[in-house]
Write a protein that binds this ligand. Structure first.
Ligand SMILES: CC(C)(COP(=O)(O)OP(=O)(O)OC[C@H]1O[C@@H](n2cnc3c(N)ncnc32)[C@H](O)[C@@H]1OP(=O)(O)O)[C@@H](O)C(=O)NCCC(=O)NCCS
Length: 131
């Protein structure tokens, strides 16, 4: 997986950005990912090794990547589609400032069945339109 990520990071036109979460000794314990798609938009994902949950690593990695996406990539909108049972993941989305948009029905086919997703999003605060 890491080899594939590094190869794709060398592409001239990039459609994804990974941020590695490492310990002080450089051990890789997780990642956050931005997958670009649509107009100035990207999907956010993250995972941390279970031995290191609850230390704020996912929130820190996700926040850094969201800031990078807005400040460096000029994105307008970042979304995260989260399994309804993934309460920690929902908490991370909230901690980076994402808001709940709605439920995507049968969004993902996994473990032999369809699963809904809860859609969260954040709009670039510098580009947000006042209502
Ligand atoms: C989701 C995940 C990345 C969180 O990683 P983490 O490093 O433990 O996350 P953080 O420590 O930054 O924050 C987790 C937050 O969730 C909260 N949380 C954890 N378990 C929870 C639960 N069962 N219910 C509600 N909140 C929960 C924590 O309290 C924490 O919030 P707090 O700092 O306000 O207390 C990790 O659980 C994981 O890798 N899960 C499997 C992969 C996954 O689901 N990825 C998401 C796909 S979008």
């Amino acid at each position: 997986m890491i080899g594939g990520v590094i190869d794709r990071a060398r592409c001239e036109v990039r459609n994804e950005y990974y941020l590695a979460a490492t310990l002080a000794d450089d051990r890789l314990i997780g990642f956050a990912r931005l997958a670009l798609g649509g107009v100035e938009a990207a999907k956010l994902g993250y995972a941390i090794h279970a031995d290191h949950w609850g230390n704020g690593y996912a929130s820190e990695a996700a926040r850094s990547l969201v800031n990078f996406g807005f400040a460096e990539l000029g994105l307008h909108r970042i979304t995260a589609a989260i399994g309804p049972d993934s309460l920690a993941s929902v908490a991370v989305a909230g901690k980076v400032g994402m808001e709940y948009e709605g439920r995507l029905r049968d969004h993902v086919f996994t473990n032999g069945g369809w699963r809904d997703s809860l859609l969260y999003s954040i709009i670039n605060p510098r580009q947000a339109t006042a209502l």
